[in-house]
Structure formats: C-alpha cells, structure tokens
Design a binder for this molecule. Structure first.
Ligand SMILES: Cc1cc2nc3c(=O)[nH]c(=O)nc-3n(C[C@H](O)[C@H](O)[C@H](O)COP(=O)(O)OP(=O)(O)OC[C@H]3O[C@@H](n4cnc5c(N)ncnc54)[C@H](O)[C@@H]3O)c2cc1C
Length: 221
C-alpha cells in the first residue's frame, strides 16, 4: 500500500465526496479500473474498500467519487470526515470493465464512476461517437457529473429519477421500453454498473430485448 496525500475533498452531491489525491510514482491504470483504498490511520489502515478511478492515467493526480454510507459505520462514513492533507493508502489496481465498442452505458448512482473514466478517455481521443448514457438516480441533486455529461453527450445523456418528478428528466426506474427507445444500431454494446437490484432488473430487461451476454459488460457496486 502506498500513502498519498489528499489534495482536495469536497461534496459532489449531498452524499458523494469528490476526492483528488497524489498519484503514487510508477502507478498505471486503465479507464474503468478500480483500486483498493484505505484511510491512513491506525484504526482504519487495514479496512480496504474498492473505488474506481475517474481520473485518467495521464493525469498527475488520482480522482474518485465516493458515495458515503453513514449507516454502515464503515470506511465511507470516515472518508466524509477527511480534510485536505489527510492521507489515503492505495493498494492494487484491478477490474475488467473496459470499452469494447459503441453502445449504451447504464449506471445507477455511484455506478457511474467507471463510465466517467471511459467516456473521458473517449472524449480525449475524439471518439465519443454515438455512445449514450442512461443514468438512474433518486433526485436531480444526486446526479454525479451532470454538467460534465450534459456537455459531453447532449441528447445522448438520459436521466431517470425515481424519487423526483422533473419535466427535464424521465421519472421512475429504468424500463425495457426506455432502453428500447435509445437503440439505434443493430448490435450495440451495453455497459452496466450499479447496485444489485438495478443490475438484476436491467439484466432481465436486456435479456427480454434479446441482447446476448457477450454484448454486456458489467460490474455490481
Ligand atoms: C470494483 C468496485 C469499484 C467500486 N467503485 C466505487 C466508486 O468509484 N465509488 C463509490 O462510491 N463506490 C464504489 N464501489 C462501492 C464501494 O466499494 C462501497 O460502497 C464501499 O466499499 C462501502 O464501504 P463502507 O465501509 O462504507 O461500507 P460497507 O463495507 O458496505 O459496510 C461496512 C459495515 O457496515 C455494515 N453494513 C453493510 N450494509 C449495511 C446496511 N445496508 N445497513 C447497515 N449496516 C450495513 C456491515 O456490517 C459492514 O461490515 C465500488 C465497488 C466495487 C466492487
């Protein structure tokens, strides 16, 4: 584990922290990959939790968006209390989510993080193309990176809010019909990341739409 200083930590939404840290020398990672992180204090140093880089390997810093769960009384509750200059321990890089071709990214809440890195990387290479993002959240305030994705994807950024009625966005949960309405080419790839109930529901919908497993890239958060 390598200790890195927190360069900045602030609320991105009411329960998500936006964290930037130093980058350990020699470390490399791919868009979509995650790393084991611990808080560098005697009590918490052995409590490793996985978080996904939202920075790119070419950045001089590491960036994360970390949803905090105060009820769990675990690591993320403590992360919310950290300040600039505190330090984190960074462990092994892992993860298989990667870009395999144009398609539809479907994320729930903090499940957006691997797609933020992948879409940033596509943008950097001028190859954002017709990729789409369907993003499910409770309310508009919970949308991580709303301005970023709106600017990047325009009408290809579709928000679905379960606990807020808002004329700008879809209301409810992701449905088969919503996914179907976004299909445009014959064989798009599907990228899925979110909490278990969302993953189960969307995987069932994709099956009903006749999407083969081989076209689905997924990770449960
Ligand atoms: C590959 C991967 C990448 C990830 N990347 C990100 C990311 O970029 N950003 C992000 O926000 N998240 C990400 N996650 C999810 C993140 O790792 C978890 O949210 C985090 O580990 C939670 O840690 P915690 O210690 O706060 O809570 P937990 O480890 O979930 O819980 C701590 C303790 O609380 C108790 N507990 C568990 N559930 C509950 C409950 N519902 N109510 C009450 N008590 C409970 C248990 O006793 C548990 O031991 C990722 C997950 C994976 C697998």
């Amino acid at each position: 584990m390598k200790a890195v200083k927190i360069l900045s930590i602030e609320n991105a939404t009411r329960n998500v922290m936006h964290v930037k840290t130093e980058k350990p020398q020699g470390m490399t990672y791919l868009p979509g990959q995650a790393v084991d992180v611990a808080i560098n204090s005697p009590k918490w140093k052995d409590e490793l939790r996985p978080f996904t880089f939202t920075s790119l390997n070419s950045d001089m810093y590491l960036e994360f968006f970390i949803k905090t769960y105060p009820d769990h009384k675990g690591v993320t509750k403590q992360i919310a209390k950290l300040i600039n200059g505190d330090s984190l321990l960074i462990g092994d890089v892992f993860g298989d989510i990667r870009y395999e071709g144009e398609g539809i990214f479907i994320a729930g809440g903090a499940g957006i993080t691997p797609f933020m890195a992948i879409l940033k990387d596509l943008d950097k290479n001028n190859s954002i193309g017709a990729n789409k993002l369907i993003f499910a959240n409770n309310t508009a305030e919970d949308i991580i990176g709303n301005d970023f994705f709106t600017q990047l994807l325009g009408k290809n950024f579709v928000n679905v809010l379960s606990k807020e009625e808002n004329k700008k966005y879809e209301h409810g949960y992701i449905t088969k019909e919503l996914i179907e309405s976004q299909l445009q080419n014959d064989k798009p790839h599907f990228y899925l990341c979110g909490p278990p109930p969302m993953m189960d529901a969307v995987l069932k919908q994709l099956k009903e739409l006749g999407v083969e497993e081989s076209r689905i890239v997924k990770e449960v958060y």
